[in-house]
Ligand binder design. Sequence first.
Ligand SMILES: [Ca+2]
Length: 476
Amino acid sequence: MTLSSFIQNTARTAVGVFSLIVAMSLHAAKPPNVLFIAVDDLRPQIFSFGQEKMVTPNIDRLAKQGVLFQRAYCMVPTCGASRASLMTSIRPARDRFTTHLTYAEKDAKGITTLNTHFKNHGYHTVSLGKIFHHPSDNAQGWSEEPWRPKSTTYAKKESMANARKKAGKSARGLPYESADVADDFYGDGKLADRAIADLKRLGRQEQPFFLAVGFFKPHLPFVAPDRYWNRYPESDVRMPDNYHAPKDAPREAIHSSGELRAYANVPPKGVIPEDLARKLIRGYHACVSYTDQHIGRLLDELENAGLKDNTIVVLWGDHGWNLGEHTLWCKHCCFETSMNAPLIISAPMLKGVARGKKSMALTEFIDIYPSLCELAGLPIPRHVQGKSFLPVLKNPTGTVKDFAIGRFGGGDTIRTDRYRFTVYSDKKGAPVARMLYDHVSDPGENVNISERSENAEVVGALAARLAKEMGKPAAR
Ligand SMILES: [Ca+2]
């Protein structure tokens, strides 16, 4: 170790110890632990979010312990970019956080990420599974090397048969699989086992922990043990009411569901046939229940290890997912189905934080960072662009902001209490198309009304608001 790095490390440790003392004085006892659960591609397809056919008793149990955000929105509906924005609390822009392969440390150089901030303030931080898209991204912000389970994607040989090769590189098998295997056959079962072992280990330490557990399902392919599929009889599967593009929507709004088409036995173009669509919907539901089971095991372990009362639990899906709505599959678009994602927070150690309540407050995923800081008694870094929703946790009928903004590709989108408005721009930033949906009369976003003369004033106001609040390009 060089002298300067020794001095830096010593200084960082001193800051960490000091912050821990400050945090301990804010919280009568030990500072709260954080169990940070990310679920890849989880839309609010959950019983407690109003999906009555879903079997998700464990996520529902967490909702009863905390506050469920019915209108939380990702910043970018694709894995790496969404996570980078959430973990930095910095808005995406046309040149920042743009793809599933985004690195936070490259697009937001020098920014202290959420995990790093907790580590710098005395927390033992651990990353299991998928938190950042790349395990190496901001790896210095974890107290231990990020860990991911090793497993095969499929249990059955035939699932890989006829795998489709894309551009001569990757070969993908079927988009779904139902197999008679144990829960720990697939990666997420192994991940839950490791997370439980770590909860036992970390719970015995004096140091508070920030344990991040990122489940990989319900991301494609929809592989799950058959008993989870059996919770959703084939005859009960319903196609979405709007298995069609919205009336008068611009062509920029609809993509070709390319992520799905990389899998075997999926037609390369055209509307996905209904028999395949039903299998996909059923498979997605099965994977949600499979993940719910793992989450239940983590919640059980919190109780068994005596950690429940002093652990903040936050659960989020990294973005929404289209299950055929608007003919779309996967994410990558500016519709509500792609932007809206689940968020639940439980903080039992803090007086005044509600339990078992649902909030309709518009919430952005960049708000998670400052909220966790406040809940844990840590300072909020100056770079943070989100706003703490602690007031909503105390009063779930309240709000802290009246919009949620996100983007994907050439589209920038704003959700207000009543409307979703989207502008598509060309590479030079000139607007080329737009969409307006009135959620009072059209919650499914089926009729674009942006070009109707009676909406000119609303469109003008929303366009101005969007331009004012959206992420600005990175400073050069
Ligand atoms: Ca994802």
